[in-house]
Design a protein around this ligand. Structure first.
Ligand code: PPS
Length: 295
């Protein structure tokens, strides 16, 4: 790896008004020209919305519920993070070019920045959205421990930055709405984290049908069990403990932190919540997309 100071905790740079990790921006031409394949499955999310969870579910479905096969490697190897390019550490586009089909591809890009080849190839996509407040809390804790992003500052400062879209991948509001609109003219299964918490088997069945698979009840039950928060927290192939400490310091906050809906209530003050709600109403006016902030 290059000298850490040159790579980690640097300020975000912009692509078309969206703040991103600096070397994604530097290597943007590689991302933009990424070659999707027709049988790729794209897993798209705003950060901290259940990416790892849905990735494990999909890999389990692809492998007919074989838990051992799904422990073959870390989740970020089984489902490479397309746009993530970290000098000397990782290059998602190169990794994927060497991956055999059918590939599972992770992205956090807002819909307008997705490489054209995904649309041209008619790739299936699964989008998972999570309510804005729990994402803010999860993202704050992640930015405390994840050295790829700038220091988050205090929670107070972070909430303001988040509402203004001055965090990695920009505005949560634009992200969830952009992908919601796109589902009207493209095969996108749009899932909600809170629905997955409420009834994981129901949502896993939706994913199975979307992927054109038919698995037995007992296999579905195994997938529900294997992809529960408690199991994934203990599983080295899903809990990100294989990432070096100098990139993600899990002694500050674990990647698998709480995995619940409604943790925002432990962090937002009454005043913060009021301001957030007012701003939310403005930004989400006119969309049919509805979230639950508790279940
Ligand atoms: S990342 O870094 O953007 O890819 O993170 P992502 O995986 O999208 O989100 C991490 C949060 O998802 C929680 N998580 C889960 N919740 C419920 N069930 C399962 N199985 C599960 N796996 C991961 C994880 O704990 C993070 O949320 P918080 O609220 O921080 O706990």
């Amino acid at each position: 790896m290059e000298n850490n100071e040159n790579v980690l905790r640097r300020k975000l740079e912009m692509v078309c008004g969206v703040p991103l990790f600096w070397s994604i921006v530097e290597e943007w031409a590689q991302v933009e020209s990424f070659q999707a394949r027709p049988d790729d499955l794209l897993i798209s999310t705003y950060p901290k919305s259940g990416t790892t969870w849905i990735s494990e579910i999909v890999d389990m479905i692809y492998n007919n519920g074989d838990t051992e096969k799904c422990k073959r490697d870390a989740i970020y190897v089984r489902v490479p993070f397309m746009e993530l390019i970290i000098p000397g550490i990782s290059n998602g586009t190169e990794k994927l070019a060497k991956t055999s089909s059918p590939r599972l591809v992770k992205t956090h890009l807002p819909v307008q920045l997705l490489p054209m080849s995904f649309w041209e190839n008619g790739c299936k996509m699964i989008y998972v959205a999570r309510n804005a407040k729990d994402v803010a809390v999860s993202f704050y804790h992640f930015d405390l421990m994840n050295q790829l992003h700038p220091e988050p500052g205090t929670w107070e400062q972070y909430v303001e930055k988040y509402m203004a879209g001055r965090v990695a991948y920009g505005s949560w509001y634009d992200h969830v709405k952009g992908w919601w609109e796109k589902r009207k003219d493209h095969p996108i299964l749009y899932l909600l984290y809170e629905d997955m918490k409420e009834d994981p088997k129901r949502e896993i069945r939706k994913v199975m049908h979307f992927l054109g698979k038919d698995l037995k009840e007992e296999v579905l039950d195994r997938i529900v069990y294997h992809t529960s928060f408690e199991m994934m927290k203990e599983n080295p192939a899903t809990n990100y403990t294989m990432v070096p400490n100098d990139v993600m310091d899990q002694s500050i906050s674990p990647f698998m932190r709480k995995g619940i809906a409604g943790d925002w209530k432990n962090h937002f003050t009454v005043a913060q919540n009021e301001t957030f709600n007012e701003d939310y109403e403005r930004k989400m006016a006119g969309t049919t997309l509805q979230f639950r902030t508790e279940i």
